[in-house]
Design a binder for this molecule. Sequence first.
Ligand code: TXA
Ligand code: MG
Length: 335
Amino acid sequence: MKTLILSTSEEDLERAAHIIREGGLVAFPTETVYGLGADAMNARAVAGVYEAKGRPGDNPMIVHIARASDLGQLTPTLSPDIVTLVENFWPGPLTMVLRKKPGVPDRTTGGLDTVAVRMPDSEAALGLITKAACPVAAPSANISGRPSPTRARDVIADMDGKIDAIIEGEDCRIGIESTVVDMTGEVPVILRPGIITAENIKAALGKEVVYDKALLGKISEENQEGIKPKSPGMKYRHYAPKADMTVIEGQRDKVKAEIERLKALNERLGLKVGVILFEEKAFIEAAHDFFARLRDLDSEGVDLILAGALSDTDGVGFAVMNRMLKSAGYNIARV
Ligand code: TXA
Ligand code: MG
């Protein structure tokens, strides 16, 4: 398949929207990561997304809308808490899991009776969705299992020849995917951490917010077996670079020293080593750069990636650590 490379001009967004209306697939920029979009109400189009990504069929997609008034097509209930989060965080990197209306295809929600919805904070994304005049189902625009794409060239590397079009926009401002919060129960449950933290949601709602257990206790093999993640996407190997990867955790000076030691050791054995070590407490920068660094190190052909853990238990650093540990396959060395 020949993939059209489009710009974010009105004319190109109109062409892209036409492709989506016709059941085609278009990758587009958002403020978090690039998404791979299809008409969320068209089961056949959504099936194409799974195929292009090589994604397991039970992993549900996030449905993107451009106006809050589009929520009514997707969900039958809007609690006061949901309305508060819409007012505080949309457009923006917050996805809410809501009860779904029967009209939303099972294909889109992986057969669940809930639907994940967000309104992206990106002019190009909002323009595309508005012109398409349908909700747009979009997972991250990477081959399943690879690091999420934060730059148009990352999308081209994974998706060229597999989808109808790619909208080439700016690099994504945030760099990690949206926070996913389950709003179907009394207490909001964070299923995937992101830039909008538990603390932010708690402050907006004035009530308790909890993390899904699978997020907290995922380190040991035992826990991985015992805890069934509520967000189906959490159970697959994710964000994996081609290189082997180890996360070094501990007091910062020791982490630095251990990285230097392991780097020298492995280089002496003829391996090419890449290092990911962010400034202390520079969590926003870490979020912005992390996936791009993984992809750059892969292009450089490194054999081993040594990454310094971020010390943060519940903020943006925690969200980056969630991705870092997965990309390393929970391969952690403590010093
Ligand atoms: O920032 C983002 O959210 C990006 C951009 C493109 O918007 N999208 C994204 O989509 O990260 P994806 O498919 O890579 O991740 C969606 C996550 C998965 O972990 C999935 O399991 C979860 O959301 N999810 C989707 N629908 C769900 C539902 N009904 N219940 C629970 N989890 C759901
Ligand atoms: Mg993804």
